[in-house]
Design a protein around this ligand. Structure first.
Ligand code: EPU
Length: 423
C-alpha cells in the first residue's frame, strides 16, 4: 500500500494547474446514459473515482475511451442493460446517480443501495422522493431500488434538513430531461457542478430554465443528441492549493481555475489576513511580511456558502493561526475524522457537537497519520507541509480518488514530497 511522505518547511513558489472537476465529471458521465449519439468530454481528470464511474457505465453498456489527448469519447453500445450491482455501487456512493438517467432512458433501472460512509449517515431519501415526484414507480428489495414507469414530470421540493442535495438534484435532473412532462424542481442544489451538468444536458438538447438558481423548470424532450463539452475546473482542488499557499505564505499561482467559484473560500482566507490577486482564470497568493494568520470562524453551507469539502483543509490552516477558531459543519455534522489525526501532529482541537474548536499553535511536528477520507487526506498533506520533520500519510488511496497527480503538482511548486510503496 502506498503512503505519502512529506518533509515540512520547504519554500514553495511557482504555479500549479488545476484539473477538471471530479464532482462535475461524475454526474456528467452518468448523464451520457440519457444521450443518443457520441459525446466527447474534455477536461475529465484522471482519478480513481472517474475510473469507478467508467467501470459502472461500461457495465451498463456504454463504451468509454480515453483518447491520447485525454478527452473521453463515450457512446452507448448496449441499451438493454439496466442493473448497477452492489459491488460497483459499494466502491463509490456517487454511482447511485445512475438511477435517474438509466430509468429515464431505458424505462427501468435497478441500482444497489449505497452502503455506509465515513462522513456520517448519508441517506438517499431525497433522491428517491425526487424521482417518485416525477413519475418513477419505486420498488425496494434485496438491497436494490428498482425504478420503472414513464417519466411524467411533476412538482418536487428537494430540500432536506441539511439543505439541498447535490447528487440527488443531479439524479432527478437527469431523468426529468426526457419524456413528455414538465418538472418543476424547488430547492435544488446550486453548486457549480450542478450548473455544469445542466449546461451539458442543454448542449445535448435538453430544455430547462433556472440553471444556477434554487428552482429548475425542465420540459422533457423525446431524445437528446451527442455533443462536445468541457468540464469546469475543480474548485475544491483549487481551494486546497490556495489554502496550502496561505499556510506556507508562498507566492503560488493557482492556474486554470474559476475564481468566481472560489469566493466563499477566498473570503475566509482573506479574513485570516491573506491577500490574493484574482485573474480571469487564476488566483495568485500574495505573501504577507510575517506570514502570520489570524484565527477565524467558518461554517460550512451549501453553495454559495463555504464548502464542506474544504473544511478539513481549512482546519489544517487554523491549527497554525493566532487565536481560537470555531469550525461548524452544517452539511455533514460528523465530518471531523481528520481532527484527531491533526492532533497527532500537535494540533489542539476539541469537538463540541457540530463544531470543532481549534487553538492555534506555532508548532506542528511530523508524525505518521492515517487518512480517513479524501478531503481529510488533503488536510494531512497540507499540515505535513508546515510540520517539522517527516509526516507519513497512510491510506493515500483516498487522495487518489480526488486529487490528480498531487505529489507531482506539489513537487512542481517546491514541496519535499514523495510516494512510497510499501509493497
Ligand atoms: N442528504 C439527505 N438525503 C439525501 C441526500 C443527502 O439527507 O437523499 C443529506 C446528506 O446526508 C448531507 C446533505 O444532505 O447531510 C448534503 O448531501 P448531498 O446529497 O448534497 O451530498 P452528495 O451529493 O452525496 C456531493 C459531493 C460531496 C460533497 C457534497 C456536499 C459528489 C460526488 N460528492 O455529495 O463531495 O461533500 O456533495 O457538497 O459530488 C468529496 O468530493 O470529497 C465529497 C464528499
Amino acid at each position: 500500500m502506498d503512503r505519502i511522505r512529506i518533509k515540512g518547511g520547504s519554500d514553495l513558489k511557482g504555479s500549479v494547474q488545476i484539473s477538471g472537476s471530479k464532482n462535475a465529471s461524475l454526474p456528467i458521465l452518468a448523464a451520457t446514459l440519457v444521450v443518443d449519439g457520441p459525446v466527447l468530454l474534455k477536461n475529465v481528470p484522471v482519478l480513481k473515482d472517474i475510473d469507478n464511474m467508467r467501470r459502472i457505465l461500461t457495465r451498463l453498456g456504454m463504451r468509454i475511451e480515453r483518447e491520447s489527448n485525454g478527452d473521453l469519447a463515450i457512446e452507448a453500445v448496449d441499451k438493454t442493460q439496466y442493473c448497477a450491482p452492489y459491488d460497483f455501487v459499494r466502491t463509490m456512493r456517487a454511482s447511485f446517480v445512475v438511477l435517474g438517467p438509466l430509468w429515464a432512458r431505458r424505462g427501468v433501472a435497478r441500482v444497489s443501495y449505497p452502503g455506509g460512509c465515513v462522513l456520517g449517515h448519508r441517506p438517499v431519501d431525497l433522491h428517491l422522493k425526487g424521482l417518485k415526484g416525477i413519475g418513477a414507480q419505486l420498488d425496494v428489495d434485496d438491497g436494490y431500488v428498482t425504478a420503472s414507469g414513464p417519466v411524467t414530470g411533476g412538482t418536487v421540493y428537494l430540500g432536506g434538513n441539511y439543505g439541498p442535495t447535490v447528487l440527488g438534484t443531479a439524479n432527478v435532473v437527469m431523468a426529468a430531461v426526457l419524456g413528455k412532462g414538465v418538472s418543476y424542481l424547488e430547492n435544488v442544489a446550486m453548486e457549480p457542478e450542478i450548473v455544469d451538468l445542466c449546461n451539458f444536458l442543454v448542449a445535448c438538447g435538453a430544455d430547462m430554465d433556472g440553471i444556477g438558481s434554487h428552482s429548475l423548470t425542465i420540459r422533457g424532450v423525446e431524445v437528446l443528441h451527442g455533443c462536445e463539452y468541457s468540464v469546469i475546473p475543480d474548485r475544491i482542488e483549487a481551494a486546497t492549493y490556495l489554502t496550502g499557499a496561505v499556510m506556507t505564505n508562498s507566492p503560488i499561482v493557482v492556474e486554470k481555475a474559476e475564481p468566481k467559484h472560489l469566493l466563499a473560500v477566498i473570503d475566509r482566507l482573506q479574513a485570516t489576513g491573506a491577500d490574493f490577486e484574482l485573474g480571469p482564470d487564476y488566483v495568485r497568493n500574495l505573501p504577507t511580511v510575517d506570514g502570520k494568520i489570524t484565527a477565524v470562524d467558518v461554517t460550512t453551507l451549501p453553495y454559495p456558502g463555504f464548502p464542506t469539502d474544504i473544511q478539513a483543509q481549512f482546519m489544517a490552516l487554523m491549527t497554525g493561526a493566532d487565536g481560537v477558531s470555531v469550525i461548524t459543519e452544517k452539511v455533514y455534522p460528523e465530518r471531523f475524522m481528520h481532527a484527531s489525526e491533526l492532533g497527532r501532529l500537535g494540533a489542539r482541537i476539541r469537538r463540541e457537537g457540530q463544531s470543532a474548536i481549534i487553538q492555534g499553535t506555532d508548532h506542528l511536528s511530523g508524525a505518521p497519520v492515517m487518512a480517513s477520507d479524501l478531503r481529510a487526506s488533503a488536510s494531512l498533506v497540507l499540515a505535513g507541509l508546515v510540520a517539522d520533520g517527516h509526516t507519513d500519510v497512510r491510506r493515500v488511496y483516498h487522495i487518489d480518488r480526488g486529487y490528480e497527480h498531487i505529489e507531482q503538482k506539489l513537487q512542481g511548486i517546491g514541496a519535499d514530497i514523495e510516494r512510497i510503496n510499501d509493497g
